[in-house]
Design a protein around this ligand. Structure first.
Ligand SMILES: [Zn+2]
Length: 227
C-alpha cells in the first residue's frame, strides 16, 4: 500500500512537471485538445497562415490520412471572430436533442439505481453465505466436492452482481441537465473574463468534452459534447 501511494505521488509529480514544461513550449489555442473531425474521428490540428485579406490567422484542419494514403474530404476553417461567436452560441444554447437524451439517461439511471440497491442486499447475502460455506468445510461438515460445487455457484452469482455495480458507477458519471446549466453559467463567467487563448481553453474544458467539426459545402457544423 505504502509503495503504491508513494509511487503514485512520484508519477503525479512527473506528469505535472512534464505538463508545465511542455506548456511553456506549446502554443495553446482556445480549442486545443477539443476539436475533432466528424468525417474521420481524428483530432483537428491548428496551423498558422498569412494572406493579405486576413493577415496572420489560425486555421483548424484535418490532416488525417489512412494507411493506404486515402483521406476524407474535410475542409478546414479559419478560426476568426465569427467562428468563435458561432461556437459560443452553440455551446450556451444546448441542442434540445442533447437535453432530451440527457433526461432520458437520467431517468434510466434512477431506475437502475433502484434495482442496484436491491442487488446490493443480495450481494451481501451471497457473501455471507460464502463465508458460511467456508466455515462448514473447515469444520468438516461437508465434503470437498460439495464445497467446491457450491462455492462455484456462489462465486458466479457474486461476480454477476459486482459487474452490475460497475455499470452503475460508470453511468453515474454522466451529467444531469441541472449540472450542465450550472456549468454553462460558470463557463460564461470564465469566458467573459478570459483574455488569453489559454484562459479560453481552460474555460471551455470546464464544460466541454469535445467539439465535433464538419463542413459540407459552405456550411460548418459544430456538435458540442458536454462533460
Ligand atoms: Zn478528418
Amino acid at each position: 500500500m505504502v509503495k503504491t501511494s508513494s509511487h503514485e505521488v512520484i508519477m503525479e509529480r512527473l506528469l505535472k512537471n512534464r505538463m508545465l514544461n511542455s506548456n511553456s513550449r506549446r502554443n495553446i489555442f482556445p480549442l486545443s485538445g477539443l476539436l475533432y473531425c466528424e468525417k474521420c474521428g481524428s483530432r483537428m490540428r491548428f496551423r498558422v497562415g498569412e494572406n493579405k485579406k486576413q493577415g496572420q490567422h489560425w486555421s483548424a484542419l484535418c490532416y488525417h490520412q489512412f494507411k493506404d494514403g486515402s483521406k476524407f474530404e474535410q475542409r478546414g476553417k479559419v478560426m476568426d471572430v465569427d467562428f468563435f461567436n458561432a461556437l459560443y452560441d452553440r455551446i450556451i444554447y444546448v441542442d434540445p436533442n442533447i437535453l432530451r437524451e440527457i433526461e432520458m439517461h437520467g431517468s434510466r439511471y434512477n431506475d437502475t439505481k433502484t434495482i442496484i440497491e436491491v442487488k446490493e442486499q443480495e450481494l451481501k447475502k451471497q457473501r455471507r453465505a460464502l463465508d458460511k460455506l467456508h466455515e462448514s468445510y473447515e469444520e468438516d461438515m461437508i465434503t470437498k466436492q460439495l464445497f467446491l460445487e457450491r462455492k462455484a455457484v456462489r462465486a458466479r452469482q457474486i461476480q454477476k452482481l459486482e459487474d452490475l455495480s460497475k455499470v452503475v458507477v460508470d453511468e453515474g458519471n454522466y451529467p444531469t441537465v441541472e449540472q450542465i446549466y450550472e456549468r454553462i453559467g460558470e463557463f460564461r463567467e470564465l469566458w467573459d473574463l478570459a483574455l488569453s487563448s489559454e484562459e479560453k481553453n481552460r474555460a471551455l474544458k470546464k464544460l466541454v468534452e469535445r467539439i465535433v467539426y464538419n463542413q459540407e459545402g459552405n456550411r460548418v457544423e459544430l456538435t458540442v459534447c458536454y462533460r
